[in-house]
Design a protein around this ligand. Structure first.
Ligand code: C2E
Ligand code: MG
Ligand code: MG
Ligand code: MG
Length: 292
């Protein structure tokens, strides 16, 4: 009987693994040419200054709508695009589209501080990445000082020549850098001194836990202190309730981002949100969300 159960377990796991591999291959295949087929778009989510006295920043988030299939989440397809290397081309597309849109909004007179773009470790390791970022800004007439790159801690742990060159170029042109999902990666914080990081984004998981658990609230407070001690700004992501917002404000957080203010929006709705005075903390565009 034990042998029987063992075999069933093996079958169960192997079928599960097979399905996951099939899904991965299918997505990998569909990713090739998705740019040319114009299946990608960007959603935009504001980051509000805690004091509401400065215009918000905007984060660009990649969206993939597959014709006849539907929405595929970046949490699922980005890791696959990283493994197969396609993230380099996709990332270039994201940068160009974000700069193009930001420049168009700016020309239309919309007030915002900067546009933030997520960049994966694989993109950073690609030779010539930083030069392409600067070229893209110039091509779209967008100042590099107003394009922030959001990196994860895992992208920053290895100090290589390619990475160093990359950050030298970005720093020379004044491109701001933020560490995304801060606190979930590695405990080695050397990179904070080695690389020109200007902003820490406290991961959503801490924000979600902080009202229920004093230990978690102490972590967010410690991150705010750490960031400020190093001369950085600190952002909280994934803020959904006024209670969370109030506590983060008390802790000295500089910027707040989350569903409380706005979900990621289509370009049209984001422009509308800005015009309606979203910067003053006015919310709710429930029907217009572009989560999917
Ligand atoms: P991230 O950069 O940390 O983005 C935050 C994620 O949390 C987004 O999910 C956003 O829609 C969601 N979010 C924002 N506010 C709230 C909130 O109040 N509550 C909850 N529950 N969620 C909230 P999304 O758009 O699905 O993106 C997931 C991740 O995929 C991103 O995490 C980022 O790591 C990655 N990603 C997205 N776009 C790109 C891209 O263009 N390039 C790269 N390399 N990665 C990207
Ligand atoms: Mg991000
Ligand atoms: Mg994040
Ligand atoms: Mg996160």
């Amino acid at each position: 009987a034990a042998k029987e159960a063992g075999r069933n377990t093996w079958q169960y796991y192997s079928q599960d693994a097979l399905l996951r591999i099939q899904r991965r291959l299918e997505i990998e295949h569909a990713l090739l040419g998705a740019i040319e087929r114009e299946e990608f778009s960007l959603a935009y989510q504001p980051l509000l200054h805690a004091a509401h006295d400065q215009p918000p920043a905007i984060e660009a988030l990649l969206r993939w709508h597959r014709p006849g299939i539907g929405y595929c989440s970046p949490a699922e397809f980005i890791p696959i695009a990283e493994k197969c290397g396609e993230i380099v081309r996709i990332g270039d597309w994201v940068l160009a589209e974000a700069c193009r849109q930001a420049a168009a909004w700016d020309r239309a007179g919309l007030q915002f501080d900067r546009i933030a773009v997520n960049v994966s470790a694989v993109q950073l390791r690609d030779r010539g990445f930083a030069e392409r970022v600067i070229d893209t800004c110039h091509a779209h007439g967008w100042p590099p000082q107003r394009l922030e790159l959001e990196l994860t801690e895992s992208a920053l742990i290895r100090d290589t020549d390619v990475l160093r060159h990359c950050f030298d170029v970005l720093e020379r042109h004044g491109v701001p850098l933020a560490v995304d999902d801060f606190g979930t990666g590695f405990s080695n914080l050397h990179y904070l001194n080695r690389f020109p990081v200007g902003r820490l984004k406290i991961d959503r998981s801490f924000v979600q836990g902080m009202l229920h658990d004093t230990g978690t609230a102490e972590v967010t407070q410690a991150i705010v202190h750490l960031g400020h001690a190093l001369g950085m700004k600190v952002v909280a992501e994934g803020v959904e309730t006024e209670q969370e917002e109030a506590m983060l404000r008390r802790q000295g957080c500089d910027e707040i981002q989350g569903y409380l203010y706005s979900r990621p929006l289509t370009p049209r709705d984001l422009a509308h949100w800005l015009r309606q005075g979203g910067a003053q903390g006015q919310l709710s565009l429930a029907g217009a969300a572009m989560d999917a």
